[in-house]
Ligand binder design. Structure first.
Ligand code: BTN
Length: 332
């Protein structure tokens, strides 16, 4: 019996039928027969898909033709061809607008949502940056995504995950754009000295273990150079501003998840050294004179090294070593 009550699953089947026949006409009747739906139920679902941004042509005689996937961070598009086992394969929460994906993810983590749960938004009204800063999050032009992780590590090793995050995001950008990205400690992703992506890692920990970790990624993808608010125009940039071409946010997000999972696997199976080695090869800070601004003050000195826990070690002008857990670095 045909029914017009369409479950979410049926919509996904309709979508994969349309996608499989992309570019060719498929009649409403044949779609309806395959999915046991009336033609008007098919039409309603097509309207809903168009609402989501899909470009689907309709003709009373020929039926429907699937033309274009929108550049939206839709759950089914994130999952389409995503080559991960865990990250992005669990629950995904999608918001057209939210205050901060990190806040949403934090709520889910507190409710016990598992590692790999992902929150994405097309726009954030109160995007949060490191050190209490605001993260510019205009609609449909950037990636604003937060992952829940539950790494089995003691709290003092949490900075390692921060460095791992920046390596993963840098690899994703390197893989999909011609940009020569660099990392500034702890996890700013730069192109030509300007910030193209930032990561906000927030942890909830007991005495001995990390309970959960929220890794929030802000990636400036298709933001025109002159759209950045005056106060952050320097040193912020975007992939569009650097390359002059629009990039697919969905492909970048998928690649970030895939790179993240590979480095996370390396960390779990081989330890932190290989991750740290890659991090070092992506930073230009070694031996540089820097100023580090922290909540309680600042230090100036030469970068000596980054230690095994991910701390920055400076040698100050008196020759003393200073080990820094968190701060904002300016290259001098
Ligand atoms: C930084 O200051 O460099 C970190 C910026 C992190 C921004 C991202 S956007 C998605 C997630 N949600 C937030 O509110 N912040 C992070």
């Amino acid at each position: 019996m045909k029914t017009s009550a369409v479950s979410g699953k049926t919509r996904e089947l309709l979508m994969s039928d349309l996608r499989a026949g992309a570019g060719t006409w498929v009649s409403g009747q044949s779609l309806g027969e395959r999915l046991a739906m009336t033609r008007s139920a098919v039409w309603k679902q097509i309207c809903a898909l168009k609402e989501e941004g899909y470009v689907i042509e309709s003709s009373p005689r020929k039926g429907y033709r699937f033309c274009e996937v929108p550049d939206r961070l839709l759950i089914r598009e994130i999952r389409e061809g995503l080559a991960t086992r865990t990250l992005g394969q669990r629950d995904i929460r999608y918001y057209r607008q939210t205050d901060s994906t990190n806040l949403r993810a934090r709520e889910l983590a507190a409710q016990g949502f598992p590692e790999g749960t992902l929150v994405v938004a097309e726009e954030q009204t109160q995007g949060r940056g490191r050190l209490g800063r605001h993260w510019f999050s205009p609609p449909l032009q950037g990636i604003y995504a937060s992952l829940i992780l539950r790494p089995a590590i003691p709290p003092h090793e949490a900075p390692r995950m921060t460095l791992l995050s920046s390596v993963a995001v840098a690899e994703a950008i390197l893989g999909l754009t011609p940009l020569a990205v660099k990392i500034k400690w702890p996890n700013d992703i730069l192109v030509g000295g300007r910030k193209i992506a930032g990561i906000l890692t927030e942890i909830s920990a007991g005495m001995d273990t990390v309970e959960h970790m929220i890794v929030g990624l802000g990636l400036n993808v298709n933001i025109p150079a002159d759209a950045f608010p005056r106060e952050i125009r320097h040193p912020a940039t975007s992939i569009l501003a650097e390359t002059g071409v629009f990039s697919s946010r969905i492909k970048l997000l998928r690649r970030c998840l895939e790179c993240y999972e590979s480095y996370y696997d390396i960390f779990k199976t081989k330890g932190f050294d290989p991750v740290m080695d890659r991090w070092k090869s992506l930073t230009e800070m070694m031996g540089r004179r820097v100023m580090v601004q922290m909540v309680g003050g600042r230090h100036v000195g030469k970068v000596s090294h980054f230690d095994q826990e991910g701390f920055l070690v400076l040698r100050d002008d008196r020759g003393e070593s200073i080990r820094i857990f968190s701060g904002d670095v300016t290259l001098l």
